[in-house]
Design a protein around this ligand. Structure first.
Ligand code: G3P
Length: 218
């Protein structure tokens, strides 16, 4: 299972990378705006800065929504670094662009996946990753985890090579449920990754061990 961090914050990316468990980064235009990164040149420079921290798999999202423009923009993004994965929204022109990139050997992450039909279409087009958004389905009273399980089953049936990148993962329970369901990748904020460290019995057990050591080694 791969861990990606879902942020454009360089400090958070460095902290997750230093933990030694990070396999990649996902960003989107909202996350870039949150860090105050605006303008094409600044955005490209920021993607490069992210690529310089991690070993691979940096999703960079296109803004265009028409085929020709998406292909042009995606090719430009891919030139930033070999670690770039071009992120494309699940729309008709996006599916066509994914097929073009797949033929050209440019990796893609098809984003904004909310049902199994979209997941099938993206895999048929040759997406490297698909991003089903768990939390946002939960937000509207649907069950995001059911979708992950459904896609895992379908991709297994046909041995699709597209990796299931569970996104909009909001808490550690989401992450563990994705692992149980067989998602290939989860992407989440730093606090979800570091949240995996925590258990009160770990803290109290360690405090007891250290206290007992101190007593015997005065
Ligand atoms: O990777 C997708 C993610 O950024 C969406 O997360 O929490 O805004 O639904 P969220």
């Amino acid at each position: 299972m791969k861990f990606f961090i879902d942020t454009a914050n360089l400090d958070d990316i460095k902290e997750a990378y230093d933990l030694g468990v990070l396999d990649g980064v996902t960003t989107n235009p909202s996350l870039m705006a949150k860090e105050g990164i605006t303008g094409e040149a600044n955005i490209k420079a920021h993607y490069k800065a992210i690529c310089d921290i991690v070993d691979d798999n940096v999703s960079a999202e296109v803004i265009s929504t028409e085929y020709e423009a998406m292909v042009k923009e995606g090719r430009e993004l891919a030139k930033i670094d070999d670690k770039i994965v071009v992120k494309i929204p699940m729309i008709k022109d996006g599916v066509k662009a994914i097929k073009t990139f797949s033929d050209e050997g440019i990796r893609t992450n098809c984003t904004l996946i909310f049902n199994a039909g979209q997941a099938i279409l993206a895999a048929k087009a040759g997406a490297s990753f698909i991003s089903p958004f768990l939390g946002r389905l939960d937000d509207i009273g649907a069950n995001g985890l059911d979708l992950i399980e459904q896609i895992v089953q379908i991709y297994d049936n046909y041995e699709f090579e597209t990796e299931i990148l569970a996104a909009s993962v909001r808490h550690t329970t989401h992450l563990i449920q994705c692992a149980e369901a067989g998602a290939d990748v989860v992407t989440c904020p730093l606090k979800v990754i570091t949240g995996l460290l925590k258990h009160p019995l770990t803290d109290s057990g360690l405090a007891q061990f250290l206290a007992d050591y101190a007593k015997g080694n005065k």
